[in-house]
Write a protein that binds this ligand. Structure first.
Ligand code: BV8
Ligand code: ZN
Length: 256
């Protein structure tokens, strides 16, 4: 299915000084990483992410939480960036200022070549100690299915991600607010726009007069607010959008 690229959105991108992009789990779906809305498959089908990704769950059942993340980390390791990730790398080079903000913890934007990525919710491939807080690269092997322990203090190890109920990394959130407040265009890709405070970033951009476009096969709470909706998968819509921008920027074509 060929996705239609709105002329007005291309025009806004041609004229933009600063383009911001906010991505969610839908950005990684075509790389084979299940989204949070997909019913958790297999072993995890009886848990909701909101139940497992919490400090309480880690305290109550560190082995279960560690196993869930070990399963997800394996999926992330097998995943590869797709054409949508690579289109965002191209877009970075086509606009004067570019800010990529992601809710995803899989590091796929960096693996595709995006230079500066604001990781609002941390990164599943990093591990830290729940007690002393140190980042830990390797640790003594734990018995099968058991959460490993910190080599420094013996505390429980956890993925370096933001659980529900935990504050987002201060610096990352500040930079994300600033980008939302100053961008001329914000692309919102593959997010159900439910989780806060990330879901408020497009609203701030919109209120500050930015052109906001949503790329998502499904409608979301943002759909009635945005200026443009591309009801298509990220792996199709982003390459098409960037190709249209490249064509519009060719010397002799309309615009700048
Ligand atoms: C905080 C890391 C305060 C962990 C994550 C009641 C009302 C409002 C807010 C709250 C509330 N109760 C609690 C809150 C706050 C809470 C929250 O928002 N809860 C939600 C459930 C209502 N937020 C928090 O707790 C945050 N912290 O507020 O702290 C604080 C301050 C100071 C001191 C102490 C405390 C922390 C939120 C971060 C949680 N961690 N991830 C991990 O990964 O395990 S969030 C996690 O879920 C993901 O990172 C992601 O952000 C989120 C899921 O959202 P999406 O990315 O949108 O993914 P989803 O599956 O939902 O949607 C996918 C979309 O893609 C769909 O729309 C689909 O149509 C689309 N799609 C599918 N395929 C494609 C596609 N799109 C394009 N192409 C495709 N191919
Ligand atoms: Zn420790």
């Amino acid at each position: 299915m060929l996705v239609e690229i709105p002329e007005g959105l291309v025009r806004a991108l041609v004229d933009a000084e600063h383009v911001a992009v906010l991505t969610g789990a839908g950005m990684s779906a075509e790389s084979g990483i299940p989204t949070f809305r997909d019913p958790q498959t297999g072993l995890w089908s009886r848990y909701r992410p909101e139940e497992l990704a919490t400090p309480e769950a880690l305290r109550r059942n560190p082995d279960l939480v560690w196993s869930w993340y070990a399963w997800r980390r394996e999926k992330v390791r097998q995943a590869r960036p797709h054409a949508g990730h690579r289109a965002l790398v191209r877009l970075e080079g086509l606009v004067p200022r570019f800010t990529l903000i992601t809710q995803n913890v899989d590091g796929l934007h960096q693996r595709a070549g995006s230079r500066e990525v604001i990781e609002l919710h941390g990164n599943i491939l990093r591990t830290r100690c729940a007690d002393c807080g140190r980042q830990v690269q390797d640790w003594p092997p734990a018995p099968e299915g058991r959460a490993p322990r910190c080599p420094h203090c013996g505390g429980v190890l956890r993925p370096d991600v933001v659980f529900f109920g935990e504050p987002l990394p201060e610096g990352a959130l500040q930079r994300a607010w600033q980008a939302a407040a100053s961008c001329d265009v914000m692309l919102v890709v593959g997010t159900s726009a439910v989780v806060e405070p990330a879901a408020s970033l497009p609203r701030l951009a919109y209120m500050r007069g930015a052109v906001v476009a949503e790329i998502n096969p499904q409608r979301t709470p943002l759909s009635d607010l945005v200026h443009y909706r591309l009801p298509a998968p990220a792996g199709e819509a982003l390459p098409a959008l960037v190709a249209a921008l490249e064509a519009a920027r060719k010397p002799g074509s309309v615009g700048r």
